[in-house]
Design a protein around this ligand. Sequence first.
Ligand code: CTP
Length: 391
Amino acid sequence: MLSGKTVLIGITGAIAAYKTCELIRLFKRNNAKVRVVVTPNAMNFVTKTTLETLSQTPLNIEQFIINEYKPEHISLVDEADIFVIAPISANTISKIANGICDNLLTSTFCAFKKPVIIAPSMNINMWESAAIQENLKILKKRDVKVIEPEVGFLACGAQGKGRLPDINKIFEAAKEILIPKQILKGKKIVITAGGTKENIDAVRYIGNYSSGKTGIALADNAHKLGADVVLISTVEAQKPYKIINIESADEMFKAVKKEFKDADSLIMAAAVSDYKVKNKSDKKIKKDGKPLTVELVENPDILAEISSIKSKKQTVIGFCAESDNLIENAKIKIQKKHCDYICANDISKKDIGFSSDYNEIYIIDKKLNTFKIEKTDKQTVALKILERIYG
Ligand code: CTP
């Protein structure tokens, strides 16, 4: 079930560490590759031999081993699809919430940008302490999934909340992230990506800074969620779904019209040029010492055109990139273009949008309800957009 996936399991110094041996077996039984990283204190509760035998890989414990010319924590980060820390002690919760990197496990967490699940286990008073609860809040805000401890008889003799959650629950939570629910199975989704190019002559064109990353991330994630994806793109890519490469807005419009006929949805993530060159030349224009005048005429507005002909069953989603008054302009745009949703992003912020790997999006629906997706990598933003709209 999990073949091709690598699960990094973190173990910290808590008595429930012995239960993690069963969790490793569960992942192995489901064909996942398992790597294990422990804090030095965890070794008081489980042995290297047990962990290495169960995971069938060398245990990671020392911080300063250089593996294939990469620091160990970076090798682990690159390899794993998910990081599951179970049990996580009060001490490690506090360290990772505050960016402390004093051992291999905490350093790995700090460099890990993919999904993280933590399963705390500790004494009830420690669990209830203000510091731990505050630190958990910080982690949740940063998208770390916390599986709350269970209530019961604790190893310290107390009765209450603090037991490591059932390992099947931890496994299921990881599985849900690694194999997303096929919410788009049976649906055809057309997605556009990249900036269109409008030829001036045989060698020059008018373009824009769009990298196509958002459109491609949407296509990747729609495919993962089971959709039959058609990506219409100015950027070339090798993907396990259909890609139609085009350059100009006219070519994009033609391809979109054809593919949308039997589609369930269109996502216009491309940065479509508003204008094309009226008097473009098929040959290279030679300079002759005089100013060159290029006349621009408007391109079709693909989003507005498709929204005007779509059936009630079809969903059309637009994007809008704004440098001022983001939400107000996005609301005007959705009303003007009559699409079902608009995803707005602020291009005045240098750390998100265009060429960046990160984005922050506001989804606005027809009733002008607004939903914010906090800044994160473009792949995660794409998944969240799809889950929000189609989930
Ligand atoms: N769009 C389109 N066809 C165009 C221009 C834009 O389909 N000729 C789509 C984009 O793909 C995007 C949405 O319209 O989904 C909004 O694009 P944006 O450039 O923000 O809006 P414009 O309509 O171009 O408005 P302006 O440039 O004036 O802000």
